[in-house]
Design a binder for this molecule. Structure first.
Ligand code: APR
Length: 237
């Protein structure tokens, strides 16, 4: 069993989703797919904007700063520690799964507490990097550093993408929690598992693109449903 999570996982931690009721993109509109192109064109300017964000990004960063893991994050970490959950693929950049104790994790859209070199793909804690001069440079190869979060239009870093495909290919059962399953390649993993005859357990208060494929849909908030599911699983594990 593996899991795929999205923004809905962190709604009960105070971070708004992107789509649907209360979604950032619902409120501000979907951002242009030029994020990465703009970064490469003028990295210093992109960093200045990142350091003093406005609009949806300001709202996102402010909620990220205050957020703490909720019982849903903790339940997935417990399932990993008990050996029931083999891997977790998250689309979230909020680091809450890591703070909750998940270690077998692939952050397919990156992690907001890290920076990544666009040359050698090395990652460093954001706080360990001196940002006197912009753009900051990679301590290993002197390449340009950007936030580890994957910008719109940026290819998913090859190391993370390869791990996601590997883990999904080995799986015959996926918990899909808190995602609209509308963004690829992440949304492809559950489809492939279902195509191979595997099972999907959807956890979402509302219908999603995956509901038709789900073996079981648990209509509730992940912070309430996942602890209950984990308790049942750990009782028989
Ligand atoms: N518990 C579980 N699911 C919830 C909850 C909750 N408490 N609240 C909302 N949801 C569900 C919504 O019904 C919706 O289906 O979470 C889903 C959130 O969907 P999106 O906002 O589209 O988030 P996500 O699927 O993670 O988006 C994918 O899109 O904008 C990009 O990079 C961004 O990683 C993100 C990607």
């Amino acid at each position: 069993m593996v899991a795929l999570t999205g923004a809905g996982m962190s709604v009960e931690s105070g971070i708004p989703p992107f789509r649907g009721p209360g979604g950032l993109w619902t409120k501000y509109g979907e951002p242009p797919m030029k994020g990465y192109e703009r970064f490469v064109a003028d990295p210093a300017k992109a960093w200045r904007e990142r350091l003093s964000p406005s609009g949806p990004m300001r709202e996102l960063w402010e909620t990220l700063q205050r957020a703490r893991p909720n019982p849903g994050h903790v339940a997935l970490a417990q399932l990993e520690q008990s050996g029931v959950l083999r891997h977790l693929i998250t689309q979230n950049i909020d680091n809450l799964h890591v703070l909750a104790g998940s270690r077998l994790i692939a952050e397919i859209h990156g992690n907001a507490t890290l920076v990544r070199c666009i040359e050698c793909v090395a990652r460093f804690p954001r706080e360990s990097i001196d940002i006197e001069e912009l753009p900051p440079r990679c301590p290993r190869c002197n390449g340009i550093l950007k936030s580890d979060t994957v910008s719109f239009g940026e290819p998913i870093p090859p190391d993370v993408l390869a791990r996601c495909f590997e883990e999904a290919e080995d799986s015959d059962c996926m918990i899909v929690a808190g995602t609209s399953a509308t963004v690829y390649p992440a949304a492809q993993f559950p489809i492939d598992i279902r195509r191979r005859g595997g099972h999907l357990i959807e956890i979402n208060p509302f219908e999603s693109e995956l509901s038709v494929l789900a073996s079981i849909s648990l209509r509730g908030e992940s912070g309430k449903v996942l602890p209950a599911l984990a308790a049942r699983l750990l009782a028989v594990a």
